[in-house]
Write a protein that binds this ligand. Structure first.
Ligand SMILES: C[S@@+](CC[C@H](N)C(=O)[O-])C[C@H]1O[C@@H](n2cnc3c(N)ncnc32)[C@H](O)[C@@H]1O
Length: 280
């Protein structure tokens, strides 16, 4: 059952479908999201830093141009090579060079889960190892809103019921999230891991017991997080819990709005943590 090296075919196909449907109008609609992200990133990304953005995809939700100008090296990592190429070309038009690395940061585990769930076979994952990603090591690794997408797109595009999708994500999602985040932390020993997550969905079909504005109005980010925990959070993709397991020390947190589609907003939570330094 070794997962290492196996291509994440179903997860890739489902994510690539979504990326190719994400038109340039998102770039305009998400401009406030990028501006909010920059207020956090400019505090933590030092000039000349080696930076990896994992889940960069279409490059619409983070200020990659500004990040590329600040960084000494910017690597965009995603399982969807075509989306990365489009993003790299767009950045080049504004004079920013980025490396692209097409990689499944679960190293085949996501597809292993998906194949077995769809075949209604038991899922046995190999013991977790923290495998570095990209061209590690980095000063800063950014997890760019991909943790919720490890299993859900491929399972929800399949023929299994919504209940089965939910059960599979609940059973296996957090194990995958923990493994992926451990790999990112291993890629920045002593550096920063910035975990950006879509923590709450709000819209006509998703009511929460509070509004995004109420969370954003809270000045203390830890109090804001307490409020968020009272909402209907997605299961099996908790990056904050995964970060804690790596032993990384949280040094900053910020929330912002992500106007995903007309009528659907997400609340984004970005957690900045200092990874454990390499053993001397
Ligand atoms: C919701 S998108 C993030 C938004 C994206 N940064 C943008 O601006 O369009 C999630 C991204 O994570 C990528 N992804 C999902 N699972 C992955 C995995 N196991 N390894 C690497 N990338 C993955 C998807 O291909 C997709 O591009």
């Amino acid at each position: 059952m070794a997962a290492s090296g196996s291509p994440a075919q179903r997860a890739l196909a489902a994510n690539a479908r979504r990326n190719s449907a994400g038109g340039l109008n998102r770039l305009w609609r998400w401009r406030g999201t990028r501006a909010a992200a920059w207020t956090l990133l400019e505090r933590h990304v030092a000039p000349g830093a080696a930076v990896a953005v994992v889940g960069a995809g279409n490059g619409h939700d983070l200020p990659l141009r500004r990040l590329g100008r600040r960084a000494g090296r910017l690597d965009l990592v995603d399982m969807d090579a075509r989306a990365l190429q489009r993003t790299r070309r767009r950045l080049l038009l504004s004079g920013v060079r980025a490396g692209t690395i097409a990689e499944d940061v679960t190293h085949g585990l996501a597809d292993l889960v998906i194949r077995n769930v769809l075949a209604r076979r038991p899922v046995r994952l190999p013991p977790a190892t923290a495998q570095p990603i990209g061209q590690a090591t980095y000063d800063v690794v950014i997890a760019d809103q991909f943790l919720s997408q490890l299993l859900y797109p491929a399972l929800s595009d399949s023929r299994i019921s919504r209940r089965e999708v939910g059960a599979a994500v609940q059973a296996h999602g957090q194990t995958l999230t923990n493994a992926a985040v451990a790999g990112l932390a291993a890629s920045a020993p002593g550096g920063l891991l910035i975990c950006i997550e879509d923590v709450l969905r709000c819209g006509l079909d998703h009511h929460q017991p509070f509004t995004i504005d109420e969370v954003l109005a809270e000045e203390d980010p830890e109090r804001a997080l307490e409020l968020v925990q009272r909402g209907k959070l997605p299961r099996g993709c908790d990056g904050r819990a995964a970060l804690a397991l790596t032993g990384a020390q949280v040094i900053d947190r910020m929330f912002w709005r992500w106007p995903f589609a007309p009528g659907t907003n997400y609340l984004v939570c970005a957690t900045v943590a200092r990874c454990t330094p390499p053993a001397s």
